[in-house]
Design a protein around this ligand. Sequence first.
Ligand code: 4GS
Length: 223
Amino acid sequence: MQFDVLTLFPEMFSSLNESIIGRAKKNKQININLVNIRDFARNKHNKVDDTPYGGGAGMVMMPDVVYRAYESLNNKDNAKVIYMSPQGKTLNQKKVVELSKENHLIILCGHYEGIDQRVLDKIVDEEISIGDYVLTGGELPAMVLIDSVSRYVEGVLSDDSIKEESFSNGLLEYPQYTRPEVFEGMKVPEILLSGNHGEIDKWRKNQALEITKKKRPDLLLNK
Ligand code: 4GS
């Protein structure tokens, strides 16, 4: 899977070199191409934003600079262009799975008050939000998108992890335990030490259901 990211702050994405996503990059299961929008400023001060027409606070990213950054990308024909924005549909696991079937995503990150509407109208296929709150930029949302989508790319996770996880069955996860058998006087549930995999499976399914009822009953209503 190819991710191209258009951003003013490419250094923020260094966290994607760690852990599972870092390994997926090393194994070439995903490729993340970071493009610094500032490299496409043409004026002598490398200006990428300007004051809003009509007045108001803050700065707006200039359409021509963003457009040149976009135009610099290769093989755009089969790519989907996503703009991270609170105006988009809120990301959920269904959307994540859907996006993981794409081969090429181009993710545009706004900063400051946003991006001139004209370049958004020209290049964006879909707006996606990661939740109803306001951030300083689209970089963290872009990382959330890359992380969640990459987990579904062939070979990034084991098939077992995908099957067992929360949300793939619409429920929250059952509780997990590891050694020691007794921690601060609290014992691991006896069933997990029984070696009876059929009973363990039943117990876990029931726990997942009860936890979902208690903590996120809304998830059950949407099923
Ligand atoms: C989000 C969000 C966001 C909005 C970017 C104000 C800078 C900021 N993007 N999901 N301008 N929530 N973007 O808050 O995607």
